[in-house]
Design a protein around this ligand. Structure first.
Ligand SMILES: Cc1ncc(COP(=O)(O)O)c(C=O)c1O
Length: 429
């Protein structure tokens, strides 16, 4: 008989152990999914509040999207970029229309990693400079360059060191030196950026790359003026700004299509993946015309711009527009934030509740010392699973619980999830 244990036994024989599934001894072996639910092979149903890592953005096997995927699959499946398909052009036009500022030209790939690789390539060719500055606690992907850009020890494997990547202090106010105000944290970050450029570069850089809210870092939300303070320093050093919107894009942060729009600055490049295609493998880099045009010579991605992925992604974004999901993210996100703040006041194992829109987190700590408590965070996520709710984990110390439901989540599902979270917190406190 097929069951989770038997499948996991076979899994361990044929898969790299580094691709470790959640929930330790009792991993979820998925059988099927529909809208907000996912069922395991034993038939147990779960309310999914992590969406395959912020990727199933408008519901599993969404009928409106599936219909368009199938229609495209039956018409034209693959050409590679040596021939053009109209879905690709339509999607690029849509992305250009919905992103802020002068972003206009797209390059399509298959993942966030590749989108970030492309952005760095373009920044380096545009500026003629190799230096890229990124933030500590960033996660940028799993290629050798993307692991270099990432600044979390657990995600840097294989002796990865790109000498042209420099990391600077991130505005992680909860874990800043004791007693510092938010203003002082920003001052410290600004100072670190200035000192890094002055001491570790020749004074010129290619790019500053950052997530508007750090995702895998544990949904770290910067102070409101952080980006406005650092961008002039980046520009003065000749650098362009790459906003990594892989987690924050497509309305997730509430009210705006892109996370960076909350911070009052305009990027020269933006990268997307994950929720953009509701589960279809896509990476997208969009740049201003002059930056895009600087990538001279030959480069291509066999599956980049694949007609089926393009049609699915366009259908996903049109679904978001038709259902005004950015507004739903703002409304349901506000309800979730209010509830999590109540839990933070009630349960001392929550060091901080933070987030924007449908990207909210609780940082689990040892009461009093505020030391990260990864074991309790894992136990909490396991307990929620046992109660039928799927959540994510994250943070450098593995102690941040990430809550990121579908962008079209209903108020009723939000209430159910908050009840489960409340009862799991009570149990573990
Ligand atoms: C902000 C950010 N950038 C890039 C990536 C890499 O994306 P992918 O796993 O699709 O390569 C991720 C993945 O988690 C991410 O969160």
């Amino acid at each position: 008989m097929t069951n989770s244990a038997a499948i996991m036994e076979r899994y361990s024989q044929v898969m790299f152990p580094a691709a470790a599934p959640y929930h330790g001894d009792d991993p979820l072996v998925a059988d099927r999914a529909k809208d907000q639910y996912i069922w395991d092979v034993e038939g147990k149903r779960y309310l999914d509040f992590f969406g395959g890592i912020l990727t199933v953005s408008v519901g599993h096997c969404n009928d409106e999207i599936t219909e368009r995927t199938l229609a495209q699959l039956q018409r034209l499946q693959h050409t590679s970029t040596i021939y053009v398909n109209e879905s690709m052009v339509k999607l690029a036009e849509k992305v250009a229309a919905l992103t802020p500022g002068r972003l206009q030209k797209c390059f399509f790939t298959n993942s966030g990693t590749e989108a970030n690789e492309t952005a760095v390539l373009a920044a380096r060719m545009y500026t003629g400079n190799p230096i890229v500055i990124t933030l500590r606690h960033a996660y940028s992907g799993r290629s050798m360059l993307a692991m270099s850009l990432s600044a979390q020890r657990p995600w840097r494997l294989g002796g990865v060191v790109d000498p042209y990547v420099k990391h600077v202090r991130n505005p992680y106010t909860f874990r800043a030196p004791a007693g510092m105000t938010r203003e002082q944290v920003v001052d410290l970050c600004v100072q670190d950026l200035e000192e890094t450029i002055a001491t570790s570069t020749e004074g010129r850089i290619a790019a500053f790359m950052a997530e508007p809210i750090q995702g895998a870092g544990g949904f770290i939300v910067p102070p409101e003026d952080y980006f406005r303070r650092v961008l002039p320093i980046v520009r003065a050093a000749g650098g362009v700004f790459i906003a990594d919107e892989v987690q924050t894009g497509w309305g997730r942060t509430g009210g705006k299509w892109c996370g960076i729009e909350h911070w009052g600055v305009e990027p020269d490049l933006m990268t997307f993946a994950k929720g953009m295609g509701n589960g279809s493998p896509i990476g997208c880099t969009i740049a201003t015309p002059e930056v895009a045009d600087a990538v001279k010579g030959l480069t291509f991605s066999t599956f980049g711009g694949n007609p089926v992925t393009m049609a699915t992604t366009l259908a996903t974004i049109e679904y978001m527009e038709a259902h005004d999901t950015p507004s739903n993210c703002a409304a349901q996100g506000a309800r979730m934030a209010e509830k999590l703040a109540e839990f933070a006041a009630e349960f001392p194992i929550i060091g901080e509740a933070r987030g924007m829109g449908l990207m909210q987190a609780i940082e689990i700590v040892q009461p009093r010392t505020l030391e990260p408590d990864a074991a309790r965070a894992a136990a909490f996520v396991d307990s929620c699973k046992a109660k039928g709710l799927l959540l994510g984990k994250g943070g450098l110390y593995g102690n941040v619980v990430r809550i990121a439901p579908h962008l079209n989540v209903s108020g009723d599902d939000m209430d159910i999830a908050m009840d489960i979270i409340g009862s799991a917190l009570a149990e573990l406190s």
